[in-house]
Design a binder for this molecule. Structure first.
Ligand code: NAI
Ligand code: MG
Length: 381
């Protein structure tokens, strides 16, 4: 098989962004050494640091570089010192997302270690075993329509057309098919009252019927899902695919279920990823055997703890694992990283190392946590 690897644009961003990105890249070094994969790394600015230097949250040069890369690895942007800046630091990220057309935003909801179940605000008997991923359409819908804003009137058209729905449905189908048996998929809408969700439902069923007949697809109304994610979250183990607005709200809700912001990764993909050893479909394919993607933790730049060596690097490292899997088709290495993290977080009683940062109730710093993960990755590779 051809040599693995490719070109990564690294945008560490502000505050704890650079702290956790540095640690995640040490894991990438270890993977390069052990597998012979080669990753070309280009570092640049996005967010507050870019505002300071270029008076813009991201420059055209960086947007161009993002298009040329196989993947973008992002830390986090923003902070109180840019509170009144126009544009705001976070807008840089939105512009990259738009430029890359990374229309499928994936947020897994599971426990990196079962030792952390008690951190959830939900009772253990309800939350134990939760394991679903929300796939949010992220380039269309109400957030992108032609807006009207007048003094006493506002309007945000909520539009979806066939190609936008088909492409995100295909991401859900391709991801479902990567498991044997295929994962079930819930398509979430408000087809009972809104028009574009009715079109969403019809076209999603068409795509699954024609292209993924083995996958079980079920409809779920967004409002009742919001309740059921709290009362019966494990009933949705599998994939949840939904539009931009519902996805925004439901993915924040799912983030709250585990109660550990420092552990939540995300991926934004420009196409359907390939199965292990397979080839990605044409849409969004990069030059590295995977799909173009942007990877970042769910958390922000945590200015309250930056510069102190306290940040939990796990969300950034799990985002690296997603990058290996989806943009570089390195499924085994991604799994190794995830298993290493579980071992580091697990309790000693369960054979784990019990190394945890302050946000998880532990006493380890960023470095100690990172070194423990590095050691496990080395051992497992
Ligand atoms: P935040 O996620 O940065 O922090 C919320 C709380 O969680 C803080 O107490 C923080 O210390 C803690 N926390 C977050 N990540 C952690 C980690 N890895 N380890 C340990 N503790 C962690 O959200 P906040 O405070 O609302 O926003 C801070 C800045 O980040 C703002 O400027 C905001 O606009 C920006 N932001 C940027 C995002 C991005 O770049 N995608 C996303 C969310 C916020
Ligand atoms: Mg949100």
């Amino acid at each position: 098989s051809p040599a693995k690897g490719g070109k990564i644009l690294i945008l560490p961003g502000d505050h704890i962004g650079p702290e956790v990105v540095t640690e995640a890249l040490k894991i990438l070094d270890i993977i390069e050494e052990a597998t012979g994969a080669k990753f070309e790394r280009d570092f640049d600015l996005c967010g507050g640091a870019s505002l300071d230097k270029h008076k813009d949250s991201v420059t055209e040069a960086v947007l161009k570089k993002s298009e040329e890369a196989d993947a973008v690895f992002f830390g986090s942007a923003g902070g109180p010192e840019w509170g009144h800046s126009q544009p705001n630091p976070e807008s840089g990220l939105l512009r990259i997302r738009k430029r890359l057309q990374v229309f499928a935003n994936l947020r897994p909801c599971n426990f990196a270690s079962k030792a952390l179940i008690h951190r959830s605000p939900i009772k253990p008997e309800i939350i134990t075993g939760v394991d679903f991923t929300i796939i949010r359409e992220n380039c269309g819908g109400a957030y992108y329509g032609e807006k009207t804003e007048e003094k006493d009137y506002g309007c945000d058209p909520w539009e979806y057309s066939r190609p936008e729905i088909e492409r995100v449905a295909r991401v859900a189908g391709a991801l479902a098919m990567q498991r044997d048996p295929p994962l079930p998929v819930w398509s979430v809408d408000k087809a009972n009252v809104l028009a574009s969700p009715r079109v969403w439902r019809r076209i999603t069923h068409e795509v699954f019927g024609k292209e993924f007949p083995e996958v079980e697809i079920r409809d779920q109304l967004a409002d009742s899902l919001a309740m059921l994610l709290i009362t019966k979250p494990t009933a949705f183990n599998g994939l949840i695919v939904t539009d931009n607005t519902f996805g925004d709200i439901l993915s924040d809700e799912s983030g709250g279920l585990t109660g550990s912001l420092g552990l939540l990764p995300s991926a934004s993909l420009a196409g359907a990823p390939a199965a292990e050893g397979g080839d990605s479909p044409v849409l969004g394919r990069n030059n590295a055997g995977g799909v173009v993607g942007l990877y970042e933790p769910v958390h922000g730049s945590a200015p309250d703890i930056s510069g102190k060596g306290l940040a939990n690097p796990v969300a950034q490292v799990l985002s690296l694992a997603m990058m290996l899997r989806y943009s570089f088709n390195m499924h085994r290495e991604a799994e190794v990283v995830e298993r290493a993290i579980a071992k580091v977080l697990d309790s000693k009683d369960d054979g784990g190392l019990e190394v945890r940062t302050g946000d998880l109730g532990g006493t380890a710093g960023t470095r100690e946590m990172s070194e423990a993960i590095q050691g496990e990755v080395r051992r497992l590779l």
